[in-house]
Design a protein around this ligand. Sequence first.
Ligand SMILES: Nc1ncnc2c1ncn2[C@@H]1O[C@H](COP(=O)(O)OP(=O)(O)OP(=O)(O)O)[C@@H](O)[C@H]1O
Ligand SMILES: [Mg+2]
Length: 139
Amino acid sequence: MMLLGRAVGSRLFPHAFIAFFGGLGAGKTTMTKGIAAALGIDGILSPTFTIVRRHEGTLALDHFDAYRIEDADELTAIGYDDYLAGDGVIVMEWCENVPDALPEKRLEIHIKGSGSDPREITFRSFGEEYDALLEEVLC
Ligand SMILES: Nc1ncnc2c1ncn2[C@@H]1O[C@H](COP(=O)(O)OP(=O)(O)OP(=O)(O)O)[C@@H](O)[C@H]1O
Ligand SMILES: [Mg+2]
């Protein structure tokens, strides 16, 4: 998870959006730590109660956790549009809760499995930059 995260993180660019899907304990935060490490960021937590944490690195990383969010309006209320307009990277866990809030261009990472199960990871790119990113990560 860390290595895959690093592979993605090392290819990110300003305004990149990574949308995680997957249930409890799937490994979303673990992969986020790998992404963050590639940006020189340590100290990623599981922000279930916080919704968003900002980290400064070679790019800023805004780490959202939508576990407790019910719809896009709740994100708007905490200034989501400003985060989207920023120069950093956004990583969001629990995107299944806010499908309408995702930008058109994004990389989706779907993780199935938890505990000691093997994980099934599906990447989906939306937009040319993300198609290229995925090709680099997977080739
Ligand atoms: N590929 C994996 N194989 C086995 N265990 C893993 C794997 N990835 C993560 N884990 C472990 O599963 C636990 C939960 O991982 P993590 O916190 O990253 O999940 P999450 O998807 O963010 O969960 P949450 O829904 O609580 O946000 C951690 O103890 C982590 O070490
Ligand atoms: Mg998590």
